[in-house]
Design a protein around this ligand. Sequence first.
Ligand code: J2J
Length: 547
Amino acid sequence: MLDGFVPFPEEFATRYKQKGYWIDKTLGEEFDDFAIKYADRIALACNGEYCTFREMAERVYRLALHFIELGLRPYDRMILQLPNELEFVYVYFAAVKIGVIPIMSLPVHRDAEISFFAQFTKAKAHVIPSRFKDFSHQAMSHEIRKKSPALTLTFVSGDNVDPAFISITALLNDRIEERIPVAALSSYRPDPMEPGVFQLSGGTTGVPKIIPRTHNDYALMFKRASEIIRLTKDSVFGIAIPVNHNFALTSPGLQGALYCGVKVVLIPSPRTDVVFESIERERITIMPTPPALLLRWMEAPELSRYDLSSLDAVLAGGARLNPEAAKRIKPILGCNYHQNLGMSEGMLFWTERDDPEDLLINTQGAPMFEDDEVRLVDENDREVPYGQPGELLVRGPTTIRGYYNSPEYNKKAFTPDGFYRTGDVACMYKGRYLSVEGRIKDTINRGGEKISAEEVENHILSHPKVENCAYVAMPDRILGEKGCAFVLAKAGQDLTLDELCRFLKDERNISAYKLPERLELVHSFPMTEVGKIDKKELRRIISEKLG
Ligand code: J2J
């Protein structure tokens, strides 16, 4: 078993298998099945390029053989940082096919995050675009490799590949299967009970937490989600958010769509015009989207210039959808919607199309499985009365039992009997439906992107002019929340937002989405009774200030 992985207890694993949730197939075997079943259909579209399931499989197997030849083996880790492009799909499935565990990082991650993943997981490979939004991932990979002895392979999509790195295009053009038969891949079969994918936690701690998803539970997740949202062979699935994210990859995402033989359109940018143009051209029927993007689409002046009549449903998740916004979806976009409450740790809730209006608008849905266990508890872990708000604790056949290699933190993040403490506050509503009412975890949810306050605070604290700081959410009409830094400067020092952001970006190398969008200089902090900075009060102060 992979060191640092917390397996499901025997008794639960047996039950989940007996009940048919887990079928002991690897994600690679799932891929083999749909690639054969839908061979001649179009699997992928991106920027006007198309490929069939057969072509996709040929490229996936070719890359997998190259990975083996280059020394990658089951359970090796690979940091996968590609954007929404065809190469992402080939690399992802090639990795899971031979049990190499992709770490689903984002193209916007920078040295601070990637170095941590490389060192913490001892990843062997880093997969990057040659250039993305004017940033050189290649220069970054060089720097990271100097600090990360295990990282010895960098794979690059696109052209102008550094000679020290490996070109994915060159691998795809080299017909290795004429030297080594594709059947050889079956010798590299991972155990479906072991982690197949490492997702990343939005996290509440100084460093991101790594979420090990097993082949068994990940496959269960995308299959059931694809039924709930009613994918049919005529659906066309559009992905405009980073495909690396759990929502876009597995809920039901890329994997669930391909499993149903559905064409997946990888949209390179969430920009409104790019998205609308893609919907019109590819006749997209269904799309996952955080509420922030959905609001932008609904308010876009160019909306009426495009034919979006193919849209059948949007999937709204990642942050709370305002009920007023929910009511406007059908009149404005002319389509249905499903709300979902998801988490990379596993459990997923959905509203369904035929749900009564009240549930559809006001709740984030019900769990997917009978064996999904949900508890709402008070601060002493006692269950709250039905209908009252409490912290959401979850356990079930898709929910992890521990973060990778984090035994101490796991004691806090999970109950002794294995429930994951989500940090979300929810109310139970008509049966098993939930509505999210808030959260107790110290994160900022910026349009669906989660930012750990502690992680950013640690970076801010390293600024030479900063004495103390607190990073909190401030309200934003479109994004829901943005980050506001309250800073107590050292005596006689002044600090501007610009100066702070430049430091965080250039010296601390953190991703742009984590940067504060407002700075409040203070002379002291409100404190709680136990002597901690009172963030609740800071959130109140900034909300009031912003009106
Ligand atoms: C309020 N908060 C929500 C919602 C997620 C599908 C969809 C989303 C994610 C995801 C995902 C919310 N209303 N509808 O993994 O598979 C907040 C909660 C939750 C956290 C998880 C998927 N939907 N949230 O967003 O790991 O706070 O996963 O605990 O990024 O997002 O974040 P993440």
